[in-house]
Design a protein around this ligand. Sequence first.
Ligand code: MN
Length: 287
Amino acid sequence: MRLASLQTSRGPRVVGVALDGQFVDLCEVDTKLPTTLKAILETEQGLMAAANALAAGMTKGPFVTGQLLAPIAAPSKVICIGLNYRDHALETNSPIPSEPVVFNKFPQAVVGPDDAVVLPAVAHEVDYEAELVVVIGKQGRRIRKEDAFKYVAGYTVGNDVSARDWQKGRPGGQWLLGKTPDTFAPTGPYLVTADEVDPHNLRIQLRLNGETMQNSSTKELIFGIDELIAHLSQLFALQPGDLIFTGTPPGVGAARNPAVYIKPGDRMEVEIEGLGILSNPVVAETV
Ligand code: MN
């Protein structure tokens, strides 16, 4: 099932994507259904209710149009994994990590499809990173690896936009400032439910102004989705709607010779097999 958050003339709605690509207004089919995907995930029977509503409206609607929003607009957490593709670790001259490299972005960095990525005036080396994003479906702590997929609602496409000049070489060695500027976490276009996705066998690509810059497969992940969930939840609870950016494959701009950084007027497109295309323009900050 493909779900999306849509800004309509009647406000934000949760929609299902019908077989022909039209959006079914699930909040209209089932008036008890919450109007955000996060609220649906927070309800025990939420995804089941959404599936029933989509089945009922698949061919007869009501269909609705509008602007796609980030599937989860306000997650409680945005967790990111660094250096999680073997080839990417090599291209950045980093050792293959023996345990996951973990950092985060503030939730307010999240934007949706076609939203502008705004380059901060003080950042001069801003890069793209195509990533598979896990959407957590239910609350859990100390989740065993063999149970981990029960906690996954589904997947979406993400771009871990990164200001390299604020990520590296700063006091304390933290990556936060380079990773969390406003708009630096584009996600979307859909939440594709876990039953339809084999997350460890997906083609993942990034195009910059139409040119392919990253082209790999999630087969190359060092730490799988289940390992990441088990690892993280040893220390803190995962909550419905939490996002886990799972790392990026080779081809980032900073590792190129000469380096490639994004600039106003550029367009980034991340495509993951079965999950759709996330496309975002780049603009300068107006100061
Ligand atoms: Mn990343």
